[in-house]
Design a protein around this ligand. Structure first.
Ligand code: NAP
Length: 220
């Protein structure tokens, strides 16, 4: 499976403010670039923290791109995937609006009642891991379900775990011209952080866009 991360960060590397509300970091050109990337993917993944904070729908916004996908024999939108060990995704979340298939990766520890609620709301559950979602195992099961190209949109906890498990091939960042600050504000890579072996990136391109810059890396 081809896994790539795309996110927008402030010049100081923050995904959001300490209030964890969605912030307009990029502009219309970058939204269009992100929409094109979504349209190229079989699945778009976030952590449950992002679902709870932003309630994103993760669908392709441009009709032409959805039509093109359908012409190519694909679904109009890529599948939506949430890493959600305890099935905390609210059943009325936008990712369960029926506009695309939705997979919720849960751990063994997810309570049966919440699992049932999510299945009733239209989610397909994939179990991987005991206490927390085992991402390598979950991604294998997604690949078996036909997801070969996976776009990860955040947040920082999920991105850290994917890098820690050596599962990411490419990283694309829009770096906006603003500062957010705050030691409690989520950054691109949160979690425990790395202390000895740091993931190394190979810079592929630098492009000015909106009022910021798009950096594209391969992960070594
Ligand atoms: P997150 O990464 O979206 O979700 C983290 C949660 O995912 C964890 O708390 C965990 O909850 C669940 N999870 C399940 N398995 C996991 C695993 N193996 N490793 C890590 N997490 C796992 O949340 P976040 O870091 O709090 O980020 C949310 C913030 O990022 C929001 O403020 C949002 O606005 C921002 N954001 C910004 C962008 C951008 O491009 N600027 C994009 C996305 C999000 P359980 O243990 O309960 O499963």
């Amino acid at each position: 499976m081809d896994v790539f991360v795309n996110a927008a960060v402030s010049a100081d590397g923050k995904l959001s403010s300490r209030r964890r509300e969605q912030i307009a970091i990029s502009g219309s050109e970058d939204f269009d670039r992100m929409d094109r990337l979504r349209a190229s993917a079989d699945g778009v993944m976030v952590g449950v923290g992002t679902v709870l904070a932003d309630d994103p729908s993760l669908t392709v916004k441009t009709e032409d791109r959805r039509v093109q996908r359908l012409r190519n024999g694909r679904s109009g939108n890529p599948a939506r995937i949430v890493a959600d060990s305890r099935a905390r995704t609210p059943p009325d979340a936008a990712i369960l609006d029926g506009d695309a298939e939705t997979y919720v990766l849960v751990a063994d520890a997810a309570p049966a009642e919440r699992r049932e609620t999510l299945v009733e709301a239209g989610a397909t559950l994939i179990e991987a891991g005991d206490e927390r979602v085992d991402l390598a195992g979950g991604l294998e099961k997604l690949e078996a379900a036909g997801i070969d190209r996976l776009m990860v949109e955040g947040g920082g906890e999920l991105i850290y775990s994917l890098f820690a498990a050596d599962l990411v091939e490419e990283l694309t960042l829009f770096v906006g011209s603003l500062l957010i600050g705050g030691s409690e504000a989520p950054t691109l890579v949160d979690g425990e952080g790395f202390v000895e072996q740091f993931p190394q990136l190979d810079l592929q391109s630098v492009e000015r866009m909106d009022d910021g810059v798009v950096l594209s890396y391969d992960v070594e």
